[in-house]
Write a protein that binds this ligand. Structure first.
Ligand code: OXD
Ligand code: MN
Length: 602
């Protein structure tokens, strides 16, 4: 086997600063005895360390330097072609009982799983460097902020963690020397990057994660899906807050009134685009700012929900990103960015399907092979990614570092649905909103391995990320609602409805501002709507559609319509989904289904 991560030898002063907490030292020593690395590299997150690791990664061909004039200080990484997406089938929640993991998770018994993983990790870092990455998730002064340590044998992981988390001394300071402090133990090893030895395992009771056999971000940046969502949701239930797969955006009217909105869409359904939306010309004076593009941690204060983004960067889907779809993302990734699995042009630039301009006449594709536009294959992998610091974002919200978070006026659920779901509708109340979230569905994307384009139920966009029993998760949502005297209003959106001839009915992107404005009006007690069986729906005259010439009155009617046949099928889909969960669904949500059935019948 070719060693995918040969050891590196840092000069004195780099990689040798140990933390002062004995519990961390003991744990690292245990992992060292197990994995037997050539050496240990203690990361401090400094510029000097980063420069050193980049130069080593270039030597090892883990990174390719891009043209510094075209994309300054940016690099391309190619992952193993067998390892390009999250692997839900190899992701496990390891709780003492299967019931704690619930019907939507793969479960594995903790003692046996530790034994299996320790067997795989035994001697796994021989001839490699073991990096120890301290990091925090959340703003430095937030009560929600969590400390994590990730041990890894991959320089790509270390370099990505520096973008995606607040890494280094900041974590050691927050941890201090208390041996009982709460912190997450994450162990990652590439092993031999073999899908047969690829397991992403979570031990919520131990606040621990072990991920082996992959180098793809969603499986190995343990801060993100593993800690901030799976372990995070488990801790959130225990501690009375919410960890959600949601973007957070700020929206300010020309009069200077500002609201914050959190939105849960499944992976690769446009969270990053929505979070960085640029309003169309007609909305001059409106401003959208980004707090986060993927994860929201929300706590209750003064009867409201307040949200922080635990992350420090964006790990976004590249294909389709352009100056039309997301100019702010294009600016964000124009420098200091780590690209994975995009194409490389002859002049050292990056390229992907959907980028502005004409395709290059020749490029190297994401696998490292020659590519020309005449070939059928994709130049960039459909799940190719950028990792870019949030500070690159020209519309970063000024309150992103605020430890108390931002107050949430509205929660939006949404998915990719070719039919059934209108452009937007509003829940009658929190319980109904929880039902809408719990039954939401979306067509699958390339963010996870498996078939693309089939409709699956993905409650609150958390199906792959809820770290405990989904029935208890629904119950937690209902309980949170009872504690809110000023709850956010709940909405459902669908930018992806298609006409009978298969064309998208709604232009999307910047024009989603028209829907956002209606949502804000509703939050302010203004904004007209018709009451329908499924919730409040705007009539055409309730939306500002001025200067939207690309769309006809009939299309608007179709976008806002509730089709009786489709909704009967949808209702049956809800029942089938709830039944498939084997009796864990709270009575309130079963009751909501009955009420919906009656309204649809009546
Ligand atoms: C992501 C995902 O990478 O949801 O954010 O897969
Ligand atoms: Mn995501």
């Amino acid at each position: 086997m070719i060693n995918p991560a040969p050891a590196i030898s840092p000069p004195p002063g780099i990689g040798d600063e140990k933390p002062g907490n004995q519990a961390v030292l003991d744990w690292v020593h245990e992992v060292e005895l197990l994995t037997q690395p050539e050496n240990i590299f203690w990361c401090d997150g400094s510029e000097r360390e980063n420069d050193f690791l980049i130069s080593e990664s270039l030597k090892q061909k883990v990174l390719i330097k891009l043209n510094d004039e075209k994309v300054p200080r940016s690099y391309l990484h190619r992952s193993n072609p067998n390892d390009v997406a999250r692997v839900e089938q190899f992701t496990f929640i390891c709780t003492p009982t299967k019931a704690e993991a619930g019907p939507t998770n793969n479960w594995s018994e903790p003692t046996e799983t530790y034994a299996k993983l320790h067997g795989l990790l035994k001697g796994a870092m021989r001839g490699r460097t073991m990096f120890v990455v301290p990091y925090i998730m959340g703003p430095a002064d937030s009560p929600l902020t969590k400390i994590g340590f990730e041990i890894t044998d991959s320089t790509y992981v270390v370099l990505s963690m520096r973008i995606m988390t607040r890494m280094g001394d900041i974590a050691l300071k927050r941890l201090g020397r208390d041996p009982k402090a709460e912190w997450n133990r994450g162990v990652h090893s590439l092993l031999d990057v073999n899908p047969e030895r690829r397991f992403i395992c979570h031990f919520p009771q131990d606040n621990a994660i072990i991920s082996v056999g992959s180098g793809y971000g969603g499986n190995v940046l343990l801060s993100k899906k593993c800690l901030a969502l799976r372990i995070g949701s488990y801790l959130a239930r225990k501690q009375g807050w919410l960890a959600e797969h949601m973007l957070i955006l700020g929206v300010e009217s020309p009069a200077g009134k500002k609201h914050y909105v959190a939105a849960a869409f499944p992976s690769a359904c446009g969270k990053t685009n929505f979070a960085m939306l640029i309003p169309p010309k007609h909305f001059a004076g409106w401003k959208v700012t980004t707090v986060g593009d993927d994860i929201a941690w929300m706590q209750i204060r003064e009867g409201r929900l307040w949200a922080v983004n635990p992350e420090n960067g964006y790990f976004g889907v590249v294909p389709g990103t352009s100056c039309k779809s997301n100019p702010n993302a294009m600016k964000s990734i124009s420098h200091d960015t780590l690209f994975t699995n995009v194409a490389l042009t002859e002049d050292g630039n990056v390229w992907w399907e959907g980028k502005d301009g004409t395709p290059p006449p020749h490029a190297i594709d994401w696998r490292g092979n020659d590519w020309t536009p005449e070939l059928n294959g994709k130049a960039a992998h459909p799940n190719s990614r950028f990792a870019t610091p949030m500070r690159n974002n020209p519309v970063l919200d000024p309150h992103v570092e605020d430890g108390k978070g931002v107050p949430i006026s509205a929660i939006i659920f949404g998915g990719r649905r070719s039919d059934t779901m209108p452009l937007v509708f509003q829940a009658f109340d929190w319980e109904h909103g929880t039902y809408i979230g719990s039954t939401m569905a979306s067509e699958t994307t390339a963010a996870a391995t498996g078939a693309v384009g089939h409709v699956r139920r993905d409650p609150m966009a958390m199906l792959p990320f809820c770290g405990y029993n989904i029935g208890d998760y629904f119950r937690h949502w209902l309980e949170i609602g009872k504690r809110l005297s000023n709850p956010p209003l709940i909405f459902h959106v669908n930018w992806f409805r298609k006409s009978a001839d298969g064309k998208f009915l709604w232009p999307g992107f910047g024009d989603n501002m028209r829907v956002l404005e209606w949502i804000i009006e509703r939050c302010e007690g203004r904004g007209g709507a018709a009451e329908s069986a499924i919730g409040y729906i705007p009539r055409a005259q309730d939306l500002d559609l001025d200067e939207l010439s690309s769309i006809s009155a009939e299309q608007i009617q179709e976008l806002l319509s509730v089709n009786a046949h489709e909704w009967q099928a949808e209702l049956a889909g809800h029942a089938e989904f709830f039944d498939s969960l084997g009796g864990v669904v709270p009575g309130e949500l079963l009751g909501q289904r009955e009420k919906l059935a009656k309204r649809l019948a009546g």
